[in-house]
Ligand binder design. Structure first.
Ligand SMILES: *Cc1c(COP(=O)(O)O)cnc(C)c1O
Length: 385
């Protein structure tokens, strides 16, 4: 009944985790869920109020334009200048998205012919690979190995593959490894892109979620980036707005135009009241960002104590609300997740859920309070591993 593209989807591991979690909850266990990459804190009130005001305006009730409201794109351009130091033309270099996942899933349709290659990191946000498969493209896996700082080894990509590749997906600060990329890496990527005529799609969902004085760059700040790529951005993580479905893509106008042509034929843009709420998020007080980062730092440090208890040695991440922890001897990632859930009531995501190269790790999300994380840590201390 289903198409091959549906039948060939890799098994959705997270559904299995949800099921296991539900089973444990049913037994009456007080489960601490450190599995979800979804902020637990509410959207700032000024943003909610802006939605409320905008929704009352009948002019906002009709079909939006697929490129997004000019006012939203102007504010997004201004925000990029203020936060990341990039000059953008709001008309040609900014495109509103219904969440950045939408843009990531759609972009292969604009550039990949059947059988053509997209270079996809592993472990990774699953949408890069799935979006490529949905466009009948071939994902070529770039392993993210700890010994390389979880950066792809561009020299390890075979020459013929590089020549055939149309797209490369990257994401730093990274989900799930929480790795950050040095400037030199982005420079190498741009050189690779020029040499092989590959479009770079950099997913910068976590640019604002940084700690200990680290500041994440935009891919677009490096020489030549604007010629070869675009950056996906999202309000989801920065302003606790995952449910609102609002993001945007910035960068090379011709590439954005390709994505826009897909969008105009598939969706009809983001609800304008949500765009106006997004304007408020980007234009209003920005204190919420540093407040959240302070909170995530406290949570991260609390979790570090627990991982030590388990004998897991991991550096505190400088960005993202994830901790990517190597599993102790004698476990694989599913095995450790199972023990954590069944014996300690803690949900952690097994690394294999993000690809084969995620094996040997579990991902903890810092999306629960310090109190709950401390409780998890106490339980970890009692685990016999
Ligand atoms: C959360 C996340 C996104 C954001 O998705 P939205 O669709 O904007 O909510 C994009 N990329 C990565 C890697 C993420 O973790």
């Amino acid at each position: 009944m289903y198409s091959e593209r549906i039948n060939n989807l890799p098994p959705y591991l997270f559904a299995a985790i949800d099921k296991a979690k539900a089973g444990v909850i049913e037994k009456g266990v007080d489960v601490i869920d450190l599995g979800v990459g979804d902020p637990d804190m509410p959207t700032p009130d000024n943003v909610i109020q802006a939605l409320y005001r905008s929704a009352q305006n009948p002019n906002r009730h009709q079909y939006p334009s697929y490129t997004g409201m000019l006012s939203f794109r102007e504010v997004a351009a201004k925000w990029y200048k203020e936060h990341l130091g990039i000059e953008l033309d709001p008309v040609s270099q900014v495109l509103t998205l219904i969440g950045s996942k939408e843009g990531i899933a759609h972009i292969p349709l604009a550039f990949i012919n059947p059988g053509e290659i997209a270079l996809v990191p592993d472990p990774a946000y699953p949408v890069y690979k799935i979006g490529t498969l949905f466009a009948d493209g071939k994902p070529f896996i770039m392993p993210l190995l700890e010994e390389n700082g979880f950066l792809p080894d561009l020299d390890a990509i075979p020459k013929d593959v590089a020549k055939l590749a149309k797209l490369m997906f990257l994401n730093y600060p990274n989900n799930p490894t929480s790795a950050i990329a040095p400037e030199k890496f982005f420079e190498d990527v741009i050189e690779f892109a020029k040499e092989n005529e590959v479009i770079i799609v950099h997913d910068n969902a976590y640019s604002e979620m940084t700690f200990d004085g680290y500041k994440a760059p935009s891919f677009l700040e490096f020489d030549g980036a604007m010629d070869v790529g675009i950056e996906m951005h999202s309000l989801s993580k920065t302003y606790n707005m995952t449910g609102w479905r609002i993001g945007f893509a910035v960068g090379n106008a011709e590439i954005l135009d390709g994505l826009g042509r897909v969008k105009t034929n598939i969706d009809s843009g983001a609800f304008e009241a949500v765009q106006e709420a997004g304007i408020e998020a980007m234009q209003g007080p920005q204190q919420c960002i540093s407040d959240m980062n302070k909170l995530y730092t406290q949570r991260r440090d609390a979790l570090m104590v627990g991982l030590k208890e388990l004998g897991i040695d991991v550096q505190p991440p400088k960005a993202t609300f994830y901790v990517w922890a190597p599993v102790p001897e004698g476990y694989d990632s599913m095995g450790l997740s199972k023990v954590l859930l069944e014996e300690a009531g803690i949900v952690a995501t097994p690394g294999v859920g993000f690809g084969d190269y995620g094996e040997g790790y579990v991902r903890f999300s810092l999306t629960r309070s310090v109190e709950r994380i401390n409780e998890a840590v106490e339980r970890m201390g009692q685990l016999k591993i």
